[in-house]
Write a protein that binds this ligand. Structure first.
Ligand SMILES: [Zn+2]
Length: 312
């Protein structure tokens, strides 16, 4: 059985070659997944760009309008770190539509992965830190509004704290937000999640994985979740330009195995997004991100979806 994987060519928007965001990774990730034969019948699931109505479920409607009409004020554009062009707006809409589709595919197949997503610094009021729309938050809101899920869990293991997701779901008992990140990293002002684990710099594989394996079983008992979203950011890697946690490539792989196994054993559908990863070496970075898709594919073959219910 193959894991459904979601991709849209617009994930890779036009940016100046000199821009510090590694935009080309989205093209390289998609190419690598295809080359490694991880796609069912060689095909991606292609999302529709998220419409205004979806985006406004998690964001201030005037901010959504500003982005869609390329009229975001300079101050907001600076906080996001992208020029607010049509191309960037389309990319954000497609990545968000992609995470919505990933959520739906996870309900159907037990697990699904996007080749983008995890824009966790985008808050209700506006984007920040290379995040225009909070795709995971929008996906949860769309699925709740459609009546297909009630309770959701967000497992955010990107090296940066999930402040935007925490902001959007503050005071909302239906969504449990968990973020494990480097304490000294961006954002300076963190918004409290339901559970935050702040880690010291240069932690390394062993201590990191030990901490995570203590937390996961408790987390999965918090509620009978209808869906779990996993932000598998690869910036905790020792060679990452913005990371601080000194995880090895093997450590990242073990981390993804730990999360996917724990969530699937608990019987919850799992929707995965790629999160952050920063390097000038695009091929290395893509290879690092595809860890998620490889692990998901391997474990899905071994342990297909949730157990079939016996006929009544
Ligand atoms: Zn990050």
């Amino acid at each position: 059985m193959t894991v459904p994987i979601v991709h849209h060519p617009a994930y890779c928007a036009q940016l100046d070659k000199s821009h510090r965001f590694p935009m080309d990774k989205f093209r390289a990730v998609a190419a690598l997944i295809r080359d490694e034969g991880l796609l069912e019948a060689g095909r991606y699931h292609k999302p529709r760009p998220a419409p205004f109505e979806w985006l406004a479920l998690a964001h201030d409607s005037s901010y959504v309008e500003q982005v869609l009409f390329c009229q975001a004020p300079d101050k907001i554009a600076r906080e996001i770190g992208f020029p607010m062009t049509e191309d960037i707006a389309l990319r954000a809409r497609c990545a968000t539509g992609g995470t919505v589709l990933t959520g739906y595919l996870a309900l159907e197949h037990g697990i699904a992965c996007n080749t983008a997503g995890g824009s966790h610094h985008a808050r209700h009021a506006q984007g920040a830190g290379f995040c225009v729309f909070n795709d995971v938050a929008v996906a949860i809101r769309v699925m709740q509004t459609d009546g297909v899920v009630k309770r959701a869990l967000v497992i955010d293991l990107d090296v940066h704290q999930g402040d935007g997701t925490a902001d959007i779901f503050t005071g909302d008992d239906t969504v449990f937000t968990f973020s494990m990140h480097a304490r000294k990293n961006y954002p300076v002002r963190k918004v409290p999640s339901d559970l935050d684990i702040d880690l010291e710099d240069c932690l390394g594989d062993e201590a990191y994985l030990e901490r995570l394996s203590e937390i996961l079983p408790k987390l999965l008992k918090e509620a009978d979740f209808d869906i779990v979203f996993f932000n598998a950011g690869v910036d905790p890697f020792e060679g990452d330009r913005l990371g601080r946690l000194a995880l090895s490539r093997q450590g990242l792989q073990n981390r993804d195995e730990l999360v996917i196994q724990a969530v699937r054993r608990a019987g919850f559908p799992l929707a995965c997004v790629i999160g952050g990863g920063y390097s000038d070496d695009i091929e290395e970075l893509a290879d690092r991100h595809v860890t998620l898709h490889r692990v998901a594919s391997q474990l899905h073959v071994k342990a297909p979806a949730r157990p079939l219910e016996a006929p009544a």
